[in-house]
Design a protein around this ligand. Structure first.
Ligand SMILES: [Zn+2]
Length: 254
């Protein structure tokens, strides 16, 4: 299949939106930022070129002023709190978790409060009080306490579960973690985006694209460039800032 053939179904889906006078909504979350790197430059340049707002999930314990200075040049970037140190506390035979039930809840909540305070202290108004748990996992019993330590939103992966704070999940992960460890097949990703758009059309969540700039191969960069180009071609698309989504969710009383 040629690249045009791969993307044609999305072009057609967006044309249908345009005719129905409905917006196709997207947002972008990129995980594991710590320092300025050539890969981060590439992400910020690419998103900047297409005016796509990006939410960087930053690892609090590992980051400092260097990232602040870099992001001062990237007004389209927002930062969220990616756990505390991205450290696994689960036993070897379990899925990796920093925020699981393996430690006393006070210890986990202290880490998270410290992470929020550290990132907000560094980034000021660029920081949003949204928790992005490392490996997209958090003990369900901790979620109701996130509001009391200052978080307004939580972002994991997949269909959102009801919670006492806004839940703004990612739902299309471009990386093939268990296979090639590169970008997933572009045709499959286009199908996943269309399925999520159809779910959104029926009252579901917008497309939450998940990326990891530090491990992108050329195929991942190419996919993003094509997606941004296709979505820029029509008035029917909007790439939303995370604050818009959190505000909307709060407006629903969640
Ligand atoms: Zn991560």
């Amino acid at each position: 299949m040629t690249s045009d053939q791969i993307w044609q179904p999305l072009v057609e889906e967006l044309a249908r939106r345009q005719r129905a006078d409905r917006k196709a909504e997207f947002w972008l979350r990129d995980d594991d930022a710590v320092d300025p790197t050539p890969a981060l430059d590439r992400l910020l340049d690419l998103t900047g070129e297409f005016a796509v707002p990006v939410t960087l999930a930053v690892i609090p314990a590992l980051t400092d002023d260097k990232l602040v200075v870099r992001l001062d040049e990237a007004p389209h970037a927002t930062v969220a709190i990616h756990g505390w140190a991205h450290r696994n506390h689960a036993p070897e035979d379990q899925k990796k978790q920093e925020l699981g039930a393996h430690r006393p809840r006070e210890a986990v909540l202290d880490d998270l409060a410290r992470g929020l305070s550290h990132v907000t202290g560094l980034h000021g108004a660029r920081a949003v009080p949204m928790l992005v748990p490392p490996w997209n996992r958090i003990d369900a019993g901790l979620v109701s306490d996130l509001g009391s330590i200052g978080f307004a939103a939580l972002s994991v992966y997949g269909p959102p579960k009801p919670a006492s704070l806004a839940v703004i999940n990612s739902n299309v992960d471009i990386m093939d973690w268990h296979g090639t460890r590169g970008c997933r097949d572009h045709g499959l990703l286009v199908q996943a985006i269309i399925a999520q758009l159809q779910h959104a059309f029926d009252g579901g969540e917008p497309v939450g694209l998940l990326t990891h700039h530090l491990v992108h191969d050329e195929s991942a960069w190419l996919f993003l460039e094509r997606l941004f180009a296709v979505t820029a071609q029509t008035e029917a698309c909007a790439w939303l800032p995370i604050r818009t989504l959190i505000g909307r969710s709060a407006g629903r009383g969640k």
